[in-house]
Design a protein around this ligand. Structure first.
Ligand SMILES: C[S@@+](CC[C@H](N)C(=O)[O-])C[C@H]1O[C@@H](n2cnc3c(N)ncnc32)[C@H](O)[C@@H]1O
Length: 436
């Protein structure tokens, strides 16, 4: 199978054998004779994860089943618990939890995170609650159906918290993450580096947590080994991210950074530690990731060098990413207003002007995506419809129209409902563009 367009062109679903006949007239007919809808899609030796229940999840699970071997599903599948009774790596990574993860967390938060165990809360994805980040399990599913291999390089030109890079690294794939925000650059790098630390580094983080807190609160300039330049030290950078997390948390609660930081740092160590154990258990080889502060409209990347792009641009002006990260950016010494001018979705005096600038910028982004991508490869764009805020203009339709002018064809579209903000945005569209 060469491309995604061929998956659902009637290549025939092999239906598992079962007695689906229900005698409607008979008083003896009983519910236990009714087959589960998933049994028409996937044979019973493939056990789905408990959260794989929404249509988009079943769609991706079905594609994984069709496109990957049983061995590959165990190694890299995103939606399966086991195959032939063998647990998948995804299930093992997600099931390993540490009690430290729950320090200082309310019952509601705890149950929310437990529910998201297989979709959002595993590996290092839970380290900083970045607004508007990808659904990590979905990204793993996309990497799988695109059949991306460890010798490939994938790119997110607006990488935010680095979800694509973490997912690619978990599959041993090399990746590049570009974002205009220096805070995103730090966050994505830390989430990636945290995949590779060992137990000794984690105990150093805990034993130095108070001393480092004092340094971070007292020093006017953050010492170089805490930041993300040439002196990068993972233990210090993880501590810095925990400190910045407590800073954001304090903005939303009645507690101070000092009160929140001890539980945040323990949670970081707990989550990373749980992942480290799972990594060792399954001997996971982590792919290499590179991060750049850069502009998606003018990518610092060679032409025809990338095997896949998976990205999610700002959904026009739905989230003000500069304002959102103001405390962290200011603490790191960056000038917010200067940054705003270069961020997609933020320029313009009113909605009309902002939308016009947004589409102009997105046109440049699409042109850059075609330039850096190899021919025949995919750029996957995840974008919310956002038509309530835009006064009826559908972002996914406009982006699709623009992409067709940049040597892309559309091979697949998957719709994913957005939970929690149904009154502002109902759906996200996963658009699979192939460079021709
Ligand atoms: C929807 S978020 C991406 C979230 C990301 N997929 C994740 O999982 O965390 C959009 C990102 O675009 C970035 N961005 C905005 N303008 C940009 C530009 N001109 N160049 C690169 N990145 C930009 C923002 O900083 C933000 O992180």
């Amino acid at each position: 199978m060469n491309n995604l367009a061929e998956i659902n062109t009637g290549d025939g679903i092999e239906k598992p054998e079962m007695n689906v006949h229900v005698d409607r007239a008979s008083e003896n007919s009983c519910l236990s004779t009714l087959p589960k809808i998933t049994s028409f899609l996937i044979p019973k030796e493939y056990e789905l994860l408990p959260n794989a229940s929404e249509v988009f999840e079943l769609e991706l699970a079905y594609y994984e089943y069709k496109l990957l071997t049983k061995y590959d599903i165990v190694q890299r599948g995103a939606f399966f618990k086991s195959v032939d009774g063998v647990y998948t790596n995804h299930h093992i990574i997600c099931s390993n939890n540490s009690p430290l993860t729950w320090v200082g967390r309310s019952k509601i938060t705890k149950s929310y995170f437990k529910e998201g165990n297989f979709s959002t809360g595993y590996a290092t994805h839970g380290l900083f609650p970045y607004r508007g980040k990808f659904h990590p399990q979905l990204i793993k599913g996309i990497l799988n159906i695109l059949k991306i291999q460890p010798d490939h390089v994938v790119l997110d030109p607006m990488c935010g918290s680095g979800t694509l890079n973490v997912e690619a690294s978990l599959l041993g794939i090399n990746s590049v993450g570009v974002d205009k925000s220096p805070f995103c650059n730090l966050m994505s790098k830390v989430k990636y580096e945290a995949l590779r630390v060992d137990k000794t580094q984690l105990s150093t983080i805990l034993s130095n947590s108070y001393k480092n807190y004092k340094i971070l609160t007292n020093d006017k300039n953050i010492p170089e080994d805490f930041s993300y330049n040439d002196y990068f030290k993972p233990e210090k950078a993880i501590t810095l991210l925990a400190f910045l997390d407590a800073m954001g948390y304090a903005r939303r609660s009645s507690k101070s950074i000092g009160e929140l930081y001890p539980s945040v740092i323990k949670r970081y160590v707990g989550q990373i530690g749980a992942f480290t154990q799972a990594r060792e258990k399954i001997n996971l080889q982590i792919g290499k990731s590179k991060f750049e502060i850069g502009d998606a409209r003018n990518l610092p990347i060679e032409s025809n060098s990338i095997d896949a792009i998976i990205t999610s641009p700002p959904y026009s002006f739905a989230i003000d990413y500069a304002e959102n990260d103001r405390p962290q950016l200011e603490y790191l010494g960056y000038e917010i207003n200067k940054l705003r001018d270069e961020m997609i979705g933020l320029k313009g005096k009113n909605k009309k002007e902002k939308l016009a600038n947004y589409f102009e910028d997105m046109d440049k982004v699409l042109s850059e995506m075609t330039r850096v991508l190899k021919v025949g490869k995919y750029a996957v764009i995840i974008i919310g419809s956002n038509d309530i805020q835009t006064g009826g203009i559908r972002l996914e339709t406009k982006v699709e129209e623009m992409a067709l002018k940049h040597s892309f064809v559309v091979d697949q579209k998957i719709v994913k409902p957005i939970k929690g903000i149904q009154n502002t945005m109902r759906d996200e569209y996963i658009l699979f563009f192939r460079k021709v």
